[in-house]
Design a protein around this ligand. Sequence first.
Ligand code: SF4
Ligand SMILES: [Zn+2]
Length: 122
Amino acid sequence: MATVSCPRCHQSVDSQAVTCPHCRTTLKAFGHPGIPLHRATGKEYLCDSCTYHADDTCNFPQRPYAKECTLYQNIEESKLQLQQQRENTSFVATVKSWVERNSSLLLLLSLVFVCLVIAVFR
Ligand code: SF4
Ligand SMILES: [Zn+2]
């Protein structure tokens, strides 16, 4: 059984462990069979652009010099996803607050609409 050291408490941990048994840190880089293996294309190491290297939750022994890794997650991509999530929520918030501020206008418009419908289908 291979052991690695926990990035937080530096105790030795089974390399397949999902969380550190000593300090409960979530270890994202545990081995998973059957998931895609990422490969470094150029001279750069995968870890340099990896989310788990940046947030210090990787306990793979090849870190920070991994050229092949199953758990590599591009940090630019995760940043983009986060940004998109934030933009989406702010758009929803803008619509919500507009609806709240203009609720009487919306009520009036819907009344006009109902009157029109009645007038047309009478
Ligand atoms: S590329 Fe792999 S080894 Fe390197 S930090 Fe990311 S998960 Fe860990
Ligand atoms: Zn630990």
